[in-house]
Design a protein around this ligand. Structure first.
Ligand code: ATP
Length: 273
């Protein structure tokens, strides 16, 4: 197992709850991602975020991205642990927010121009196109890119304009196996670009996602003393898994290990309950 130790927090969810018209959707969520240091390695972290359909994953993502304010609690991001603001967190939604009337290059330039002065923005776009193997598609419009290329472009776009945190909503849905491998590679690349980079993946594809993760959060309901479900989904301590401690954080071929397969089954059982 690679040795590691933790430094300061890079993402904190503090007492988050969300109520819509009296209906409690999320209840008192407390979770944290710490900057992890591994000797001789620059690597950020991947957090997998699971929960049954309709439990509130998208709502929590919008809160994490600073797009909506929770009813109570707050989200703190970055080394300075400042309250999240819209635009600070990259959010790759299922419908990729690329402008259809702009070329891939121009889409990325719009994003980069939000963070960089013109000359540097152009340089950054070229670097990202190269890194994400999209240079030869730079003049194409989004409609003419493949699903995997669009997904890579959307991730590049969000990295260009946000700080270190990026949320991916169902990054593997609708992709074939080769493209899934490509997107997995990109996610791992993102984490190796900077130790502070944190990727949160919301997915129903438990095995694929878990294989990339250092940490898992499971959204679920708790029961009261009488066995009744308490309204509002939460992430209990028991449902915050540290895969590094379990020896199951991403490493080559982790998916082939029997311990990994047993863990994925355990997670699926927990989700079913
Ligand atoms: N703006 C809103 N007003 C009222 N209710 C809302 C609003 N947004 C979401 N909800 C409700 O919050 C609950 C959680 O929705 P959410 O989209 O977060 O689920 P999810 O876990 O992402 O589901 P899925 O996996 O199916 O995408 C749903 O019952 C939904 O109807």
């Amino acid at each position: 197992m690679t040795p590691y130790f933790y430094k300061a927090p890079v993402l904190t969810l503090e007492g988050i709850s969300m109520t819509f018209n009296g209906e409690v959707i999320l209840r008192d969520i407390n979770a944290q991602v710490l900057d992890v240091c591994r000797p001789d390695m620059q690597q950020g972290q991947v957090v997998g975020f699971y929960g049954r359909s309709g439990m509130g994953k998208s709502v929590l993502c919008r809160i994490l991205a600073g797009l909506v304010s929770p009813t109570t609690g707050r989200v703190l991001v970055g080394e300075q642990q400042e309250p999240v603001t819209p635009g600070a967190v990259g959010f790759v939604q299922q419908r990729y927010p690329l402008f259809n009337h702009r070329t891939l290059h121009d889409n990325l330039l719009v994003a980069a121009s939000r963070k960089y002065a013109p000359e540097e923005a152009t340089q950054q776009v070229d670097a990202y196109l190269e890194r994400f193997q999209l240079s030869k598609h730079r003049k194409k419009y989004p409609a003419h890119l493949s699903g995997g290329q669009r997904q890579r472009a959307a991730i590049a776009q969000q990295l260009l304009c946000s700080d270190h945190l990026i949320l991916l909503d169902e990054p593997f849905s609708g992709l074939d196996v080769a493209m899934i491998d490509e997107v997995k590679k990109i996610i791992l690349e993102v984490t190796t670009m900077d130790e502070l980079n944190t990727v949160v993946i919301v997915s129903h594809d438990i095995a694929t996602t878990t294989a990339l993760c250092d940490r898992l959060w499971l959204l679920g309901y708790e029961r009261d003393a009488n066995g009744q479900l308490i309204p509002g989904a939460t992430i209990t301590q028991q449902h915050q898994y540290n895969l590094a401690e379990m020896g199951l954080a991403w490493h080559e071929n982790v998916e082939a290990e029997p311990e990994f397969a047993r863990f994925v089954e355990h997670i699926k059982d927990e989700i079913r309950q």
